[in-house]
Design a protein around this ligand. Structure first.
Ligand SMILES: *Cc1c(COP(=O)(O)O)cnc(C)c1O
Length: 450
């Protein structure tokens, strides 16, 4: 049942070109205006594949893929929206508009979970730009040529990188420093390339970052992970036309030399996997020996029901992929628009996971990526008359924290760790003192403040 896939030339749409997108021209005027207002604050970028193959234009504005890509009025707080709308209606100059945009962005917690200060990797006391090392086994690397995506997601927690403020950008061109760091850190087994999307890079550039790792001195780097949304937003990247042949050949060479290549695919909705192009790309990656693991945040307006998640996981397993993480939307950007309370997130996870077979129960979550680590909501329980959240670290800044169950007071209005209080009258969580000592030592030692 092989389908002939016609190649497509990549055509990108930025915020300034939004009005020129053929499908947008026919939308109601107030909707278009609201999208324009919000796109002056939050990043927007889309392409012809997303427009033509993914979005259901008969279901606007509710279509989940439309919500995933196009800015919506309520993504900004009412007053911020009104002020920006006013400037735009008055045809204010760009300087004024940008100034207001910067002020609104500063209110949106652009760098959550101490990303700028607390995860910095150092080599002989020099901070290595574009690299984070938070959990012992895994180093994150942000290649500078991969700091954008084929299309942007409206909820992206790294949105601040895409709005042109250089100070906020995490990126590196320095593969030599990466190699020097990895040579020295024998405890690291995984390199995770992230961004943006590393697969916007040409294969030749990607190769310069990873093929060196097949040398014997990097034997400890077993797994190369690539965090990407290309399977959703530009699956042609893996097919013949868009440099896909060279990419697949690179993966095959590395696998032949003993590396595990894991594509950390980001799918938010089963509809993204419904396209023949995406399926052809998955088949090609699998026949090359690449493992595809899937992760996504839980998002109101996009995927906040158990049926959507169970259908997505079932489909991932059928296509030969591995469901990996369900995340809680981070406390940044347009979070008010997307957030789901923790108790509801757990119910959605539980209802979804119990309706799929064991093959799809590889997925962990719902998990918060916060300063101390990845914290999973394991459930809601009642212990000696007190209703509590049962929590555990999936990953910890200190590996000793991992897998220790702990408890927080049940709270219907909790959306994030900072809304949680220790249960049973305790005055702090078991990791708090150590985490606070760590954060204040980072600030004292002149770690960068965001
Ligand atoms: C999630 C994450 C990782 C990878 O964690 P795994 O559980 O191994 O997938 C590594 N570093 C950071 C900073 C992360 O947030």
């Amino acid at each position: 049942m092989s389908t002939i896939i016609k190649d497509r030339k990549f055509k990108v749409y930025t915020a300034r070109q939004m009005d020129n997108i053929p499908q947008i021209k026919s939308l109601p005027r107030d909707l278009r205006f609201a999208m324009k207002v919000v796109s002056r604050v939050l990043p927007f970028r889309a392409n012809n594949y997303v427009m033509e193959e993914l979005i259901d234009w008969n279901n606007i504005p509710d279509d989940p893929i439309f919500q995933l890509v196009f800015p919506q009025k309520d993504m900004l707080e009412g007053r911020a929206f009104d002020r920006m709308a006013e400037l735009i209606s008055q045809r204010a100059d760009d300087d004024h508009i940008d100034q207001l945009a910067r002020a609104i962005r500063a209110e949106l917690n652009p760098h959550p979970a101490g990303q700028m200060d607390m995860n910095v990797a150092r080599l002989d006391d020099d901070e290595i730009k574009g690299m984070q090392h938070k959990y012992r086994e895994t180093v994150l690397f942000f290649p500078s040529q991969g700091q954008l995506c084929h299309s942007y997601c409206t909820f992206c927690f790294r949105w601040a990188q895409f709005v042109g403020d250089k100070k906020l950008k995490i990126a590196s061109k320095e593969s030599e420093k990466l190699f020097a760091y990895l040579r020295r850190h024998r405890e690291v087994s995984d390199l995770l390339l992230t961004g943006g999307d590393p697969l916007v890079m040409k294969t030749s550039i990607l190769r310069d970052y990873i093929e060196t790792l097949t040398a014997p001195e990097f034997e400890h780097i077993r797994n190369i992970r690539i965090g990407t949304k290309a399977l959703s937003f530009w699956p042609y990247r893996f097919l013949s036309g868009s440099g896909g042949d060279r990419l697949i050949a690179l993966f095959e060479r590395m696998i032949a030399r003993g590396k595990h290549i894991a594509l950390m695919a980001h799918f938010d909705h089963w509809r993204e996997m419904d396209s023949p192009v995406c399926r052809a790309a998955i088949r090609r990656l699998k026949s090359a020996g690449v493992e595809i693991r899937c992760q996504a945040p839980l998002l109101r307006h996009i995927n906040d029901s158990p049926e959507e998640w169970s259908r997505m996981w079932r489909e991932q397993v059928r296509l030969g992929m591995v469901p990996y993480y369900m995340f809680i939307e981070r406390n940044t950007g347009a979070r008010n628009y997307f957030e789901v309370p923790l108790h509801r997130a757990w119910e959605i996870y539980r209802d979804a996971v119990r309706s799929v077979s064991g093959l799809a129960r590889t997925v962990r979550g719902p998990s918060m990526s916060c300063g101390p680590g990845k914290i999973e909501i394991q459930g809601v329980s009642e212990i000696r008359g007190e209703k509590v959240f049962v929590l555990r670290f999936i990953q910890g800044r200190n590996p000793d924290w991992v897998q220790r169950p702990f408890f927080a007071e049940y709270n219907e209005d909790a959306y994030w760790l900072n809304h949680l209080k220790p249960a049973f009258g305790a005055d702090k969580f078991f990791f708090e003192d150590e985490f606070n000592r760590f954060s204040s030592s980072v600030l004292r030692s002149g770690g960068r403040r965001g």
